[in-house]
Design a protein around this ligand. Structure first.
Ligand SMILES: NC(=O)c1ccc[n+]([C@@H]2O[C@H](COP(=O)([O-])OP(=O)(O)OC[C@H]3O[C@@H](n4cnc5c(N)ncnc54)[C@H](OP(=O)(O)O)[C@@H]3O)[C@@H](O)[C@H]2O)c1
Length: 217
């Protein structure tokens, strides 16, 4: 039975990842800074992990010898603009959760992923695409996800035997995406699972959407 580790699993896309992988028979390790009744109901093994605590992230142990898949899903918006030291600090805090913590977590579980010949997936966003930024705004979110993409491509180049990818889930109906989003969590996760299934080390470093289309940098 393959094993997957999913961060930010108490709600939203993380919870739907847990539901679908558990439903497909995977052994699911779900992390959250605070668990939820929905997550407890999935039967996944739930471990506490606050992605803003870099010490906790770099010291994290999945408690298994082999990990087939890491999905670094947890993410946060942060300030939309920054014009004060306080907002600058919030911007840095957003980088900790969206950029630095996923990279440190990948490093922490690399031995287990390598032992399984596994895959490292970061949930990014089209909003981190420089080429696609026609409207601006969301300063902390956009810039931290752009940096995540650079960190993850660097991770891919340093680990050429593994499959690494950044995925854009679509604009999805979650607390972050809002109720007016066109894509349901079920559709997004079904699509991303298919894309993840097809990842290979030869295609490592790709930035793909939930339908498998390449997203411009
Ligand atoms: N929804 C969209 O349209 C969309 C589009 C593109 C990309 N994404 C990306 O998809 C991922 C999941 O987003 P979502 O739509 O599911 O958003 P969501 O419903 O707001 O869920 C965000 C998740 O991240 C967790 N999280 C935030 N800060 C955390 C921290 N410090 N430590 C641990 N967990 C933390 C949240 O946990 P708490 O409950 O504890 O806050 C929650 O589980 C994010 O990386 C997001 O950037 C979403």
């Amino acid at each position: 039975m393959p094993t997957v580790l999913i961060t930010g699993a108490n709600r939203g896309l993380g919870l739907e990842f847990v539901r679908q992988y558990a439903g497909a028979g995977w052994d699911v390790i779900a992390t959250a800074r605070q668990t939820s009744p929905d997550l407890e109901g999935t039967g996944a093994r739930v471990l506490p992990l606050d992605m803003s605590s870099l010490e906790a992230v770099s010291g994290f142990s999945p408690g298994v010898e082999q990990l087939d898949l890491l999905i670094a899903n947890a993410g946060t918006y942060g300030p939309r603009e920054a014009s004060s030291a306080a907002e600058g600090q919030e911007w840095l805090d957003t980088f900790a959760v969206n950029t630095v913590a996923p990279y440190l977590l990948a490093q922490a579980v690399l031995p287990q992923v390598r032992a399984a010949g596994g895959k490292l997936v970061a949930i990014s966003t089209r909003m981190g695409s420089l080429a696609d930024n026609g409207s601006g705004g969301f300063l902390a979110y956009r810039s931290s996800k752009t940096a995540l993409n650079m960190a993850w491509t660097t991770l891919a180049l340093a680990n050429r035997d593994l499959a690494c990818a950044m995925l854009h889930p679509g604009w999805v109906q979650t607390r972050m995406g809002g109720p007016g989003a066109p894509v349901t969590p079920e559709q997004s996760i079904t699509g991303m699972r298919r894309v993840i299934e097809e990842l290979t080390p030869q295609r490592s470093g790709a930035f793909l959407d939930y339908q498998g289309q390449t997203v411009p940098w």
